[in-house]
Design a protein around this ligand. Structure first.
Ligand code: PLP
Length: 433
């Protein structure tokens, strides 16, 4: 690891070193073809085998039921903000038509959003821009005075115990096309400690897991759609993984007066063609497949766990990652709690992300509610922190440009050793003042 530095950036994130080395060794000659993976035809048997293998690996890792399709799509989270709107409104439109409810106008179909940070807020913006009838059923900023946690589900606007809203919705053809949330808000460091449970089973749950997919086990059967841009926990930017329940692919067609789904955003087209409708981002999918393989390899996972972890569990896959992520995050949060300068941004402990940990540095005494922080001085200290960290090979610790501060992103590929190095630096930095 000596020549390599520790990347605490939120994404593109670290790729496991054994994966990079393997890719390096196969770079000029993939699978004895005499060509790089980038030069192969996407219609070749060799590529098709890789495409299928990556799906099998991901299905195994997340225990994805058979009635879910796995799609590799071009683009990232922003692409999916739009794809979700098109696909699920077209699905609900068809449902309404079959059940003879609703006005028939797609713009009347509600779509429900839970906003717990910048990325779900951006997804709302995109849905509105496309003309969807957006209902924000929970806004954490309003409910908690900032993106500091996940408001309890009982406070969301759909969660009326009598189900009156839903009964009324259904009778008038107003059942929402979906309920949307972002499982881990990368900028704000807020991660859902639960899967929404009180929702109408007729409303598919759509989840953006871009920054925490494969970091812990997930019960896929609770979701209609899970998507994730690759560049945090999976692989290079340019590909997104979409896991979609098969029945949701039954969408209305053009003739129904719907906004047509652009083919490149159409889950049905992608699924029908096994993610080979057009030229896929083959290199990104190839690296993703190597990352899946790394997660499934018990020897590789033991190496990643390092000497510090010796409870002999010998885990693989997301279970290994989850145990490691738990240890990494809890030791970093503990160090931040104990520090005199550092303030963890997310105050609701249950909703603290295990992947992205934003904090502020301030000289004002932590336990004195009357202390007035000196903003300029504190920001100068944060800048010094980032700069000194870089000099030690701890890279990209600056918070997102929209919020400032510091953010440590510790995805699956970050070994526990990297977190230990960061904690040691934190203590050293503090000792200077
Ligand atoms: N959703 C989440 C949770 C993200 O963290 C990001 C980017 O960081 C996005 C969506 C947007 O992804 P992209 O930049 O791939 O469009």
């Amino acid at each position: 690891m000596s020549a390599r530095k520790w990347n605490f950036g939120a994404g593109p994130a670290m790729i496991p070193l054994p994966v990079l080395k393997r890719a390096q060794s196969e770079f000029l000659d993939y699978d004895s073809t005499g060509l790089s993976i980038m030069e192969l035809s996407h219609r070749s048997d060799t590529y098709e085998a890789l495409n299928n293998r990556a799906q099998v690996q991901l299905r195994q890792l997340l225990n994805i039921p058979e009635n879910y399709k796995i799609i590799f799509m071009q683009g990232g989270g922003h692409t999916q903000f739009a794809a979700v709107v098109y696909n699920l409104i077209a699905w609900r439109h068809r449902q309404n038509k079959q059940n003879n409810v609703g006005s028939g106008d797609w713009k009347d179909i509600p779509v429900d959003y839970v906003v717990t940070g910048s990325w779900s807020a951006k997804a709302v913006e995109e849905a509105k821009r496309l003309g969807a009838n957006v209902r924000v059923i929970c806004d954490a900023k309003k409910a908690l005075g900032g993106f500091k946690g996940v408001p309890e589900e009982s406070t969301w606007k759909t969660s009326d115990p009598q189900g009156e809203l839903r009964t009324a919705d259904r009778a008038s053809g107003q059942t929402p096309a979906y309920l949307y949330y972002c499982d881990n808000e990368t900028v704000n460091g807020v991660e859902f400690p639960f899967v929404p449970s009180l929702q109408d089973p007729a409303v598919p749950v759509v989840c953006d897991m871009s920054s925490n997919i494969l970091s812990r086990p997930v019960d896929v059967s609770k979701f209609g759609v899970i998507y994730a841009g690759a560049q945090k926990n999976i692989g290079p930017a340019g590909v997104s993984v979409v896991i979609v329940r098969e029945d949701l692919l039954q969408t209305s067609e053009l003739s129904d007066g719907l906004l047509p789904i652009p083919l490149m955003l159409d889950y049905k087209t992608m699924a029908k063609n096994n993610s080979l409708y057009n030229t896929p981002p083959m290199f990104a999918i190839y690296i993703s497949s190597l990352v899946f393989e790394w997660l499934l390899d018990s020897a590789a996972q033991r190496v990643q766990d390092g000497e510090a972890y010796q409870d002999g569990k010998n885990l693989i896959g997301v279970e290994a990652a989850a145990a490691r992520n738990e240890r990494k995050a809890s030791k970093l949060y503990k160090a931040l709690e104990e520090s005199k300068f550092c303030r963890i941004v997310v105050t609701d402990k249950q909703s603290r992300s295990k992947m992205n940990i934003p904090f502020r540095i301030s000289k004002a005494p932590k336990n004195d509610p009357n202390a007035v922080p000196n903003k300029a001085e504190d920001e100068a200290m944060e800048a010094a922190f980032v700069q000194q960290a870089e000099a030690r090979g701890l890279l990209q610790l600056a918070g997102h440009r929209s919020v400032g501060g510091i953010r440590a992103s510790i995805y699956n590929a970050m070994p526990e050793e990297g977190v230990d190095v960061l904690i040691a630096f934190l203590k050293e930095f503090e000792a200077q003042y």
